[in-house]
Ligand binder design. Structure first.
Ligand SMILES: Cc1cc2nc3c(=O)[nH]c(=O)nc-3n(C[C@H](O)[C@H](O)[C@H](O)COP(=O)(O)OP(=O)(O)OC[C@H]3O[C@@H](n4cnc5c(N)ncnc54)[C@H](O)[C@@H]3O)c2cc1C
Length: 274
């Protein structure tokens, strides 16, 4: 028996969250495999239409936290990079119920949609009965499974900057098999090279450490440079990335994870002529 509330609007949902310890339940694909006490209460989010928007404005691609992967795959607004990653998540049955908000809130370093939100410096809209705050997604992660959400707060939307969302990109995922596989290592990179000048360069690595790795200060070593200058800076860049990528040892060895990350990074540099 599952107990809970199923509000039909945001105001009701936030009111319940402010008065109870109900756990937000979106698609349930992460929650349903967790063992919980029999008296656990859930806040079912599926009836809240405000959490389902998919749109674009002048600055952002915006999607509601409760958009399922299938809804995002079917929308003409969803950037190709996000679609590429989603298409490799689980299988259609899971994608029909699993949501992008659940992927982020679960705070797993293996979360494939979150990797794309990280590399594109997406903003996260968070709401409670007391108001709204908007934070860069990288500020949200405190550690494996730990997210900077206060009691009473819900993730409501993701705002992906248009000037990041549609840049040339690479997405790579290594799993135990080609489909229905959790990431063993994942990589996303976006870049903007115009008139031989690197105007944007961003990389992110998943399933390597306790949180998704994104080091904008290192990627910045290449930004503003010509391709020729970037070739000179490449050795320093790779050495610093090598230092920063400290994989955990799990079912997959740390040495394997490191080698795959560095190969993906070098391929991405080569793809950009660096
Ligand atoms: C067979 C299988 C295969 C899978 N394959 C992949 C895969 O390839 N790649 C991948 O990344 N993941 C995979 N997953 C994990 C899972 O499907 C995803 O992480 C999914 O996006 C979770 O979304 P959900 O809506 O089901 O989350 P839920 O289970 O509903 O919630 C997950 C967590 O997020 C919290 N939460 C949900 N929504 C909100 C919100 N709006 N605000 C605040 N907190 C919220 C919940 O309280 C809970 O802690 C797989 C799972 C299964 C069962």
């Amino acid at each position: 028996m599952v107990n809970g509330y199923a509000p039909s609007g945001m105001r009701e949902a936030l009111d319940i969250l402010s008065k109870t310890s109900a756990i937000p339940y979106a698609g349930g694909t992460d929650l349903m495999i967790q063992e919980v006490p029999a008296d656990t209460n859930y806040l079912f989010l599926h009836r809240i239409r405000d959490l389902k928007c998919i749109t674009v404005d002048a600055e952002y691609f915006i999607c509601g936290a409760c958009c399922t992967y299938t809804e995002l795959l079917n929308s003409r607004h969803t950037p190709d990079l996000l679609k590429e990653a989603i298409a490799r998540i689980a299988a259609p049955a899971i994608r029909n119920t699993a949501t992008i908000g659940g992927n982020v809130a679960n705070a797993s370093p293996k979360a494939d949609a979150a990797l794309i939100l990280m590399v594109t410096d997406t903003l996260v809209r968070i709401q409670s009965k007391n108001g709204v705050r908007i934070v860069p997604i990288s500020d949200l992660y405190l550690g494996r499974g730990q997210i900077d959400l206060l009691p009473g707060e819900l993730i409501t939307e993701f705002w992906m900057p248009n000037n990041r969302a549609h840049l040339p990109h690479s997405y790579e995922k290594v799993g135990g098999r080609k489909a229905l596989a959790i990431s063993r290592v994942s990589f996303a990179g976006i870049s903007d090279v115009s008139d031989g000048q690197i105007t944007h360069f961003a990389t992110a690595f998943g399933a390597v450490s306790d949180v998704i790795i994104r080091r904008p200060e290192l990627d910045a070593l290449l930004i503003g440079k010509s391709i020729e200058e970037a070739k000179v800076a490449k050795e320093e860049y790779l050495a610093k990335m090598d230092e920063t990528l400290v994989p955990i040892q799990g079912r997959v060895s740390a040495a394997y994870r490191k080698a795959v990350c560095m190969n993906f990074l070098e391929d991405f540099l080569a793809k950009n002529g660096i």
